[in-house]
Design a protein around this ligand. Structure first.
Ligand code: URC
Length: 281
């Protein structure tokens, strides 16, 4: 029986890096989680235990910290591009490097309308993400947002769906729409300023969600993706995952109280999960 090694990669996951950028009048604080993954000529490490082409994952982790000193100044995409390029160009046996970065967001505290110079508050659970895949001849960049928890209290319904013998769901023309989005997009044209474009896309996603008269999560998801592709010509496609975080009207009639769409029970599980990629023809 012939056995051979299939596709393989290795690297360091969950490298936790914080950085202070010290300006004279204020500090910038950044906190990121970095994953490094390398593909290349690593067959013999697997088949005969020859580690001569293995850059230890411990060294990969150290490299992230060392390069952050001078090269993590702007967007996570810029830093990921630098790291990926470093691993591909400095290690002959590495054919492809994948760098995933998740940025934990903080905002400067604001007192009487003035930003504090060095005190921060968490931006909530929302995180900015990117993935760079770099080979000698090619580079792919993906940007995104995860754990973006958004909710609207009206302009959402769900009606006229299939009804069969197992259907118990009541139709509603006015429900809470809540979701925790995970969104990624890829580029036909890489932006000069990833952060400016990220902020613009995030705002447009939120505006579309807020303004949409939703007949379903599916329709709102598509409208959000469509808006981004219409406004940002350099974006190739956008992938959205939107769990339906149900808030179900609570039965107050059992206490002879009328529930006029005011009191709900939030249920975490099970939850609907709506997923789509919106792309260009
Ligand atoms: O927006 C929705 N889409 C569905 O597919 C679905 N299914 C369901 O039970 N509720 C909802 N809501």
């Amino acid at each position: 029986m012939k056995i051979k090694l299939g596709e393989n990669s290795y690297g360091k996951n969950a490298v936790q890096l914080s950085k202070i950028i010290r300006h004279p009048a204020y500090h910038e604080f950044r906190q990121v989680t970095v994953n490094v993954s390398l593909k290349g000529d690593f067959d013999e490490a697997h088949t005969i235990g020859d580690n001569s082409k293995i850059l230890p994952t411990d060294t990969q982790k150290n490299t992230v910290y060392a390069l952050a000193k001078d090269h993590f100044k702007h967007s996570i995409e810029d830093f990921a591009l630098y790291l990926a390029n470093y691993f591909v160009t400095s290690q002959a046996q590495v054919d492809e490097a994948t760098i995933d970065i998740t940025e934990h967001l903080y905002h400067r505290m604001v007192f009487d309308g003035v930003e504090h110079p060095h005190a921060y508050i968490s931006g909530g659970g929302e995180k900015r993400t990117c993935r760079v895949i770099k080979s000698a001849s090619d580079v792919g960049v993906q940007s995104g947002i995860t754990d973006l928890l958004i909710l609207k209290t009206t302009d959402s319904g769900f009606e006229k769906y299939i009804r069969d013998k197992y259907t118990t769901l009541k139709e509603t023309a006015d429900r809470i729409l809540a979701t925790k989005c995970e969104i990624q997009w890829t580029y036909d044209k890489l932006p000069a300023d990833y952060t400016a474009q990220f902020n613009g896309i995030r705002e447009l996603l939120l505006q579309t969600f807020a303004g949409h008269k939703s007949l379903s999560v599916q329709q709102t998801l598509y409208a959000m993706g469509q808006a981004v592709l219409e406004v940002y010509e350099g974006v190739r496609e956008i992938h959205l995952e939107m769990p339906n975080k149900h808030h179900i009207p609570f039965n107050l009639e059992q206490f002879d109280i009328q529930n006029q769409n005011e009191i709900f029970i939030a249920t975490d599980e099970p939850y609907g999960l709506i997923v789509a990629t919106v792309t260009r023809e």
